[in-house]
Design a protein around this ligand. Structure first.
Ligand code: C5P
Length: 246
């Protein structure tokens, strides 16, 4: 079964990895009808402050707040309430914070959404950063098991704690889907259409491959934002996703 254009658009999250509000807003104005959401990372959030969330929403864009919270449960829970109050579409916490931190964050987001009568953000955990090598994982972080095994352990823990899903590299999608089932949300960066440069990403998949592997959302930055015509690039990606067999 293939999907409609609207379903395919909803899967695309544009990473706004730009330093200023001005640059971000140009992209939002160009792309808000072409994609599902915009991801704000720590660079843009910290340079422009939380009002950037409101500014993007005012243009009709949904916002994925990717600040990867990792602190004691109470601090993360209170912050989850703040982010829910800002009507984020999605936000991230670190699985390394442990079950209690994740469960408290999920509960807090749920409570706040009910209190304000807003949609609960999709809450996803970051597991092992893809920049960490197996050697660093064992020697510096001190975990003596294959990274992929740890990713699945943390995905299952996140699910048990009431999170909606995880952020995962393309090569981890299948194992997580198998361990956590069909309803678990998998958000995948490292996406490169065949016509785009790989840049610094090494374990990449095309949009079609990632959706066929089981990704629910694709985080795509430079293959859209650094193209001469970002609208055309986004449309080509959406059309490619529409051809995915799922
Ligand atoms: O430009 P590009 O498509 O590579 O951007 C990918 C986005 O996904 C960036 O915002 C990057 O920080 C993020 N990301 C990633 N790999 C991870 C986690 C997040 O590329 N493992």
């Amino acid at each position: 079964m293939t999907m409609t254009r609207e379903e395919a658009k909803a899967k695309v999250i544009v990473a706004l990895d730009v330093p200023t509000r001005e640059e971000a807003m140009v992209l939002v104005q160009q792309l808000h009808n072409e994609v599902g959401a915009f991801k704000i990372g720590m660079q843009l959030y910290n340079s422009e402050g939380p009002d950037i969330v409101r500014d993007i929403q005012a243009e009709g864009g949904k916002v994925f707040v990717d600040l990867k919270f990792h602190d004691i449960p109470n601090t993360v829970a209170q912050t989850s309430k703040v982010i829910t109050g800002r009507k984020a579409f999605m936000f991230t916490v670190h699985a390394a914070g442990g079950h209690t931190m994740l469960a408290t964050a999920a509960e807090a987001a749920k409570e706040m959404a009910a209190e304000l009568q807003v949609k609960k953000p999709i809450l996803v955990a970051v597991t092992v950063l893809t920049s960490i090598s197996q050697q660093e994982f064992e020697e510096e972080i001190g975990v003596k098991r294959p990274i992929e095994e740890q990713v699945v352990i943390w995905a299952k823990m996140s699910q048990a704690a009431g999170l909606d899903g995880v952020v995962a590299s393309p090569k981890e999608i299948k194992a997580i889907r198998q361990a956590c089932g069909e309803d678990f949300v998998i958000v995948t960066p490292g996406i490169r259409p065949t016509w785009a440069a790989a840049n610094d990403q090494s374990r990449i998949m095309t949009p079609k491959q990632a959706v066929e592997a089981g990704a629910n959302y694709l985080v795509i930055g430079r293959p859209i934002t650094k193209q001469e015509d970002p609208v055309k690039a986004a449309q080509m990606i959406v059309e490619e996703i529409m051809t995915a067999e799922i």
